[in-house]
Design a protein around this ligand. Structure first.
Ligand code: AMP
Length: 615
């Protein structure tokens, strides 16, 4: 007997959810289903995304509504198109064995006439984002006068996105006697206020501590200098060969730049932000869901409602402006009982923000060290060995080639063959990380000594650290130089210490390297008359606007997927000029009131007023 039967769910529904793999109720389902099944309570559930809350309200709805009748009896409001589709799909799956269950998804960015037609045919459950719902109400195309239940899902997100007024207007068309069930990951005072406004003595359920994030998430932070941020980020990714992650940036531009740089460096990444059309967004999400993409680079708004299981890492490339958003970000991992890691890459000035987040999530961060180049190589090597060990062999296809392959290897021992296979990818990592510097910010940075520089260099990965000058040299790999060789050559010729040389980017017939501004003259004079194998060696300050990134390439081939996906291609170029106001996934968010000041005191667009908690 399935334990859902004990909770009071009927057999045909239990059979359907069993087929979905629901063997045991999640804690929120266990505690809320019996309460909601009575149909006589207002309800407030404080629960993270990924805890099974869709079934927690969805199963009771399917029990309580009268499906012999074809008028709207339940309205589920949620913040994004993605979540709207997800809930609709879940409800359809749960009710697969029931007759005459009609659910409509109402959301912006899609044809309104199709939605109106479905409504006209008769529906019992409407799942909607507020903007489009209000539009349909204003067209007098729906009658909510007999609605029995309203669900406000991810209420904090809806308020965060400025939907308060829309929600008020929508709810005013529903009867007073309806029951309201509210779910929220956090309980800021605005959510409290709407709970008070719409509910009568609600049954309150808190899963875990208030405002506390999912306990299955480990939180880690890395302190790096701002100019090293991108390199540090790549190193973290390289250290986790099986990463399936979401990387959060603060702006669309940053999102796009990081994704572009990653693709260029051979990583399997793409970006998700408000400037993409719905079609583009769907395409990116499909690739991510299918795991053809390994890294999804996203803004907070675009990532709302993303429900993808098995995300291993959430990376805060930039910390969010609002503490609550950290909870939303990290909640994208460790879903459905899994565990996950939420990483913040910060500079020394941001330690205070980490402490503020700790207070809100009620959990300590672990201070982690950026792995050394050696650590990365070792991890990659054994990741590769594991992959070779576990790879599925297509016996039929490979058979025809085996005699030839065996022949090719005839002169090699088993040990030699293993060494060669292992070296195939390992060599590129070894080469790349051979002279890799320590990217952890030195301890005295934590006192803020280097903070100024760090903050100014924040625009990584596009270079621009004002303390360093990027120099061009007309020697490169065709001249037999590796990064290490070039470092040695520069130091010997210019008579400078290797410690002062920054990033070295070895290209084919030329290379780039960085030195502190005050060393440029010394380097130039050191190279006067320099000559390499009969060729004059030229040093120049690298042109402004050079498209070369200062972080110096990648151990991976250009545009090569290392996870067997489709190669990380398909990146669309920057399609926007200045930073525009971010819009939510459904493309229908009302502009939030006013704007706000972020913690740096600068004015920022696109907020929902001054209410949210800030660092
Ligand atoms: P939700 O919080 O509703 O978005 O659910 C998160 C994920 O957990 C979804 O993929 C659900 O299909 C899955 N899920 C929900 N309830 C259960 C359950 N009782 N057993 C197994 N998986 C579940």
């Amino acid at each position: 007997m399935n334990p859902f039967n004990d909770l009071g769910i009927r057999h045909d529904i239990v059979n359907a959810i069993s087929a979905l793999g629901f063997e045991n109720p999640t804690p929120i389902q266990e505690q809320s289903i019996p309460v909601l099944l009575t149909g006589s309570n207002d309800f407030v559930g404080l629960a993270q995304t990924g805890t099974g809350k869709t079934a927690a309200f969805g199963l009771p709805l399917l029990e309580l509504l009268d499906f012999e009748e074809n008028y709207p009896q339940a309205l589920v409001l949620c913040p994004t198109r993605e979540l709207c589709l997800q809930i609709t799909n879940d409800l359809k799956n749960y009710s697969k064995n029931m007759r005459n269950v009609n659910v409509v998804a109402v959301y912006g960015g899609a044809s309104i006439s199709d939605q109106l037609r479905t409504i006209k045919r008769g529906v019992q459950i409407v799942v909607a984002t507020p903007g489009r719902m209000l539009d349909i109400i204003n067209r007098k195309a729906i009658d909510f006068s007999q609605v029995k239940f309203v669900v406000l899902d991810e209420a904090d997100e809806m308020l965060n996105m400025g939907f308060q007024e829309d929600i008020d207007s929508i709810l005013s068309t529903t009867p007073d006697e309806k029951k309201t069930w509210l779910f929220s990951a956090t309980m800021p005072s605005e959510v409290r206020r709407i709970a008070k406004k719409y509910m009568d003595n609600p049954f309150e359920l808190t899963m875990g501590e208030k405002n506390t994030g999912n306990q299955n998430i480990d939180h880690e932070y890395y302190v790096v200098r701002a100019r090293d941020k991108y390199a540090a980020f790549k190193r973290i990714v390289d250290f986790n060969p099986d990463i399936f992650g979401i990387v959060f940036c603060r702006t669309k531009i940053e999102t796009q730049e990081i994704a572009e740089s990653l693709v260029k460096d051979g990583y399997n990444a793409d970006s998700l932000h408000g400037d993409l059309s719905q079609q583009q967004r769907d395409k990116v999400m499909k690739r991510y869901r299918d795991r053809s993409l390994q890294l999804l680079i996203a803004t907070d708004v675009a990532a709302r409602g993303i429900d993808v299981n098995n995300v291993t890492h959430v990376i805060n490339y930039s910390l969010p402006d609002e503490i609550e958003n950290y909870t939303h970000r990290s909640g994208r991992t460790a879903r459905a009982g899994k565990s996950g890691v939420s990483i913040a890459i910060i500079n020394s000035k941001e330690l205070g923000k980490i402490r503020s987040i700790e207070r809100v999530i009620g959990k300590k961060f672990i201070k982690a060290e950026i792995p050394t180049g050696f650590d990365v190589c070792e991890k990659q090597l054994f990741g590769l060995i594991k992959k070779v060990h576990n790879v599925e062999v297509n016996e039929q296809q490979i058979e025809q080639y085996l005699p030839r392959i065996m022949n090719e290897f005839a002169d090699l021992s088993k040990e030699d063959i293993i060494k060669r296979f292992a070296s195939l990818e390992f060599n590129s990592f070894l080469e790349y990380y051979k002279n890799a510097p320590d990217l952890n910010a030195p301890a005295d940075d934590r006192m803020g000594r280097d903070g100024e520089r760090g903050e100014r260099g924040e625009r990584a990965p596009r270079g621009g650290n004002t303390d360093y000058t990027r120099l061009f040299i007309n020697l490169g790999s065709v001249d037999g130089f590796s990064r290490g060789d070039l470092l040695g050559y520069i130091c010997n010729t210019a008579k400078i210490s290797g410690r002062v040389v920054g990033k070295i980017d070895v290209k084919g017939v030329f290379s780039f390297f960085e030195v502190p501004n005050e060393e440029v003259t010394a380097v130039n004079s050191g190279f006067v008359g320099a000559n390499f194998e009969g060729r004059e060696v030229r040093i120049e300050v690298a042109g402004e606007g050079s498209s070369e990134r200062r972080e110096g390439g990648s151990p991976r081939g250009e545009r090569r997927s290392y996870s067997g996906g489709n190669g990380g291609g398909g990146y669309r170029g920057n399609n926007g000029g200045g930073e525009r106001r971010e819009r939510p996934a459904g493309g229908e968010r009302r502009e939030g009131g006013g704007g706000f000041r972020d913690f740096s005191g600068k004015r920022k667009e696109g907020g929902t007023g001054e209410r949210r908690r800030r660092f």
